[in-house]
Design a protein around this ligand. Structure first.
Ligand SMILES: [Zn+2]
Length: 383
């Protein structure tokens, strides 16, 4: 076992205490005052850890963002951590489901794995390096956002302006249940389908109406045929609303369709297929629009190279490093889409994101801190 791993294992209790503190801040994305309270705690942490500068990027609707920098003038490109402090859980969740630690060493609590565990790893790996006098002489940045759980709509411009300055972006989203990094994330696009028919009395003149629900039923079957799960594409009708009264031929349907794609090519192909839909029922009008989209984080040559270096560094410190694919998106999709080297899923091992059984495997915290600390010390951009 490596000396660094032993060092961080000796600090596991300290990590657990910090994680408990982070979970004790309830941070629903739109509860700005509450999110800012945790932001203030984070700012103090960055200061305690010797950040040379902390920039606040004020927000009106969501919590303020912070950009903390260590050694900004040191040679080389920065390594940038991306963390988000918001969670999907409304205020009061903690009272219903207080933080608890099971005898098998798993900590349960709202937001614990997504992503307060990953935040714990960033802070404790920096603290470990600082206490050992081993803070590497390279620029290290942390961008703290507050709206990832609503698709990073407010922080997106900041992510897009800050991350291209970095040589490597580390996304601290949770690892998988097997503690794997996420080296591939599917692209996600949501489509809104609006169908317009013509209302008519279902008893007196059904033939004079244009039935928007029948048109939708046709479209649902067509869209469902676009599924190609074997090759990574999923197309799912997820919401539908239509009709106005039990005795009226329905004149309107609004539906939403969730699509996932494994490559940029497939992502764009899906777009073409969705935009190419034509009405089936005579006279029906069909409108399809993409209401949000995140390109895939591809497991391309850049990703394979970053992962290989990460794995080599981890293994030299006695860690087992593995990779997996995720069907869900993260800010890693955005960063990868800009062509910036990125690694994702560097948070701790755990499970139950956005679910009642959300938990962190506590023994993985020192392992991830070891990996992060070693990467900060040893990462070589020329590899
Ligand atoms: Zn997250």
């Amino acid at each position: 076992m490596s000396e660094l791993l032993t060092f961080f294992q000796g600090r596991q209790q300290q990590m657990v205490e910090l994680l408990k503190t982070l979970v004790s801040y309830e941070t629903p994305t739109l509860g700005k005052a509450h999110v800012d309270a945790m932001g203030a705690f984070m700012e103090q942490q960055f200061r305690d850890l010797g950040a040379d500068s902390i920039e606040r990027i004020a927000q009106e609707t969501v919590g303020d963002l912070l950009l903390a920098k260590w050694n900004p003038d040191a040679p080389g490109k920065p390594i940038l951590f991306l963390i988000h402090i918001d969670t999907v859980w409304p205020l009061g969740t903690l009272a219903e489901r207080p933080t608890r630690i099971e005898s098998d060493g798993r900590l349960f609590g709202p937001g614990a794995i997504d992503m307060k565990g990953g935040i714990t790893v960033v802070l404790e790996s920096l603290r470990g390096l600082k206490d050992r006098g081993e803070m590497p002489n390279r620029p290290i940045w942390v961008l703290m956002t507050t709206d990832e759980e609503v698709g990073s709509v407010y922080s997106n411009p900041t992510i897009k302006s800050v991350s291209p300055q970095a040589g490597l972006v580390l996304v601290m989203e949770p690892a998988t249940i097997e503690e794997s990094l996420k080296t591939m994330r599917k692209g996600i696009a949501t489509y809104r389908m609006e169908i317009e028919g013509l209302p008519s009395h279902a008893g007196n003149a059904p033939e004079k109406g244009i039935n928007a629900i029948i048109e939708f039923a046709n479209q649902a079957v067509i869209v469902n045929r676009m599924n190609d799960l074997k090759n990574g594409r999923s197309v799912s009708v997820t919401m539908v609303e239509g009709g106005s009264a039990t005795n009226v031929i329905p004149a309107k349907v609004v539906a939403h369709i969730d699509t996932r794609a494994i490559s940029v090519e497939q992502y764009e192909e899906t777009y073409e297929m969705m935009m190419g839909l034509e009405p089936v029922v005579p006279g029906a009008k069909l409108k399809v629009e993409r209401i949000n989209g995140h390109t895939p984080m591809e497991r391309n040559a850049t990703m394979i190279r970053q992962y290989a270096q990460c794995k080599a560094i981890g293994e030299a410190h006695g860690l087992t490093i593995s990779e997996a694919m995720s069907g869900g998106g993260s800010d890693g999709n955005t960063v990868a889409g800009l062509g910036i080297p990125v690694l994702d899923g560097l948070g701790p091992q755990g499970d139950g994101l956005h679910a009642l059984h959300e938990h962190v495997v506590l023994a993985s915290l020192p392992r991830r801190c070891t990996l992060i600390a070693a990467m900060l010390k040893e990462w070589d951009f020329s590899k």
